[in-house]
Design a protein around this ligand. Structure first.
Ligand code: HEC
Ligand code: HEC
Ligand code: HEC
Ligand code: HEC
Length: 176
C-alpha cells in the first residue's frame, strides 16, 4: 500500500511540474501597446484600431438592436452577459486570472488577435519575430477570426477573410 507521504510527494512533484512548465502570458491592455504603436511614422495601429469595429464592439451591446436581441433571448443586460461579451470583448473572453490590464470597455483588443503581451512587450523582443513568438505573440489567421465571426453571432454576416483583413488593416509602413 502506498504511504500517505509517498502520495503527497507524488502530488507535489505533479504540481511543481505543471506550474514550472506552463508559462502564463498575461493580458496587459491596449494602453500599453499604444506607447509604441501610435506613432504616425510607424502606422498608428492604436488610432486605427480605436476608429474600427473591434475597439467599439462593447458600445454595440448598448444599442437598440442589442437590447432587442437580448429581450428575445431573455437576457437582462447584454453588456454583462457572458454569452455576449465573450465575442464583444477581450476581457470577457479570457481566463480572468490572466487579466492584468485589459478593460472590458476596450472591446476586442489588440491581444485577442496578437496574443497576451506581458512577455513580448519589450522593444528587444518585439523587433525579433522569433523571440516574440516564443513569448506569446500570435500571428492572426482566418481561424482566429472565425472564433467570433461565425453563425453563433446573433447578427452573423458571411465572413470573407481577405476582405475583412483589408477593412481592419493597420500595417507598419515600409521604411524609406
Ligand atoms: C516598447 C515598445 C513596444 C510595446 C510596448 C509594444 N510593441 Fe509591438 N512592436 C514594437 C517594435 C519596435 C516592433 C517592430 C517594428 C518593426 O519591425 O518595424 C513591434 C512589432 C509588433 C508587431 C509585428 C510583429 C511581427 O513580427 O509580426 C505586432 C503584431 C505588435 N508589435 C503588437 C503589439 C501589441 C499587441 C502590443 C501590446 C500588447 C505591443 N506590440 C507592444 C514595439 C512595441
Ligand atoms: C473576440 C471576437 C472577435 C475576433 C477574434 C475577431 N472579431 Fe471582428 N468583430 C467582432 C465583433 C464583436 C464585431 C462587431 C463590432 C461592432 O460592430 O460592434 C466585429 C467586426 C468586424 C468587422 C466589421 C464588421 C463586418 O463584419 O464587416 C470586420 C471587418 C472584422 N470584425 C474583421 C475581423 C478580422 C479580419 C478578424 C481576424 C483577424 C477578426 N475580425 C477577429 C469580434 C471579433
Ligand atoms: C481583430 C484582430 C486584430 C486586432 C484587434 C488588432 N490587430 Fe494588429 N493585426 C491584425 C492582423 C490580421 C494583422 C496583419 C497580420 C499579418 O500581416 O501577418 C495585424 C498586424 C499588426 C501589426 C504589424 C503590421 C505589419 O505591417 O507588420 C502591428 C504592429 C499590429 N497589428 C498592432 C496592433 C495593435 C497595437 C493593436 C491594438 C491597438 C492591434 N494590432 C489590434 C489583427 C488585429
Ligand atoms: C460568436 C460570437 C458572438 C456572440 C456570441 C455575440 N456576438 Fe454580436 N457580433 C459578433 C460579430 C462577429 C459581429 C459583427 C457582425 C456579424 O458578423 O455578426 C457582431 C455584431 C453585433 C451587433 C452589431 C450588428 C451590426 O450592425 O453589425 C450587435 C448589436 C450585436 N452583435 C449584439 C450581440 C448581442 C446582444 C449578443 C448576446 C446575446 C451578441 N452580439 C453575441 C459576434 C458575436
Amino acid at each position: 500500500m502506498l504511504s500517505k507521504n509517498l502520495i503527497l510527494a507524488l502530488c507535489l512533484v505533479f504540481f511543481a511540474g505543471s506550474s514550472l512548465t506552463a508559462q502564463d502570458f498575461e493580458y496587459i491592455g491596449a494602453a500599453k501597446c499604444k506607447m509604441c504603436h501610435n506613432k504616425t511614422a510607424t502606422g498608428q495601429q492604436y488610432k486605427v484600431w480605436m476608429a474600427g469595429p473591434h475597439a467599439n464592439a462593447m458600445k454595440s451591446l448598448s444599442s437598440e438592436e442589442a437590447l432587442a436581441i437580448a429581450k428575445e433571448k431573455g437576457i437582462a443586460d447584454p453588456t454583462t452577459d457572458p454569452g455576449c461579451i465573450k465575442c464583444h470583448s477581450t476581457a470577457g473572453s479570457i481566463d480572468e486570472s490572466l487579466n492584468i490590464g485589459v478593460k472590458i470597455t476596450e472591446g476586442v483588443s489588440c491581444e485577442t488577435c496578437h496574443g497576451p503581451g506581458s512577455a513580448y512587450k519589450t522593444n528587444t523582443v518585439m523587433k525579433d519575430q522569433a523571440k516574440a513568438l516564443a513569448k506569446g505573440l500570435i500571428v492572426p489567421d482566418q481561424k482566429l477570426c472565425e472564433a467570433c465571426h461565425n453563425e453563433e453571432s446573433p447578427t452573423y454576416k458571411p465572413f470573407n477573410y481577405e476582405e475583412a483583413v483589408k477593412i481592419i488593416a493597420h500595417p507598419i509602413p515600409p521604411k524609406e
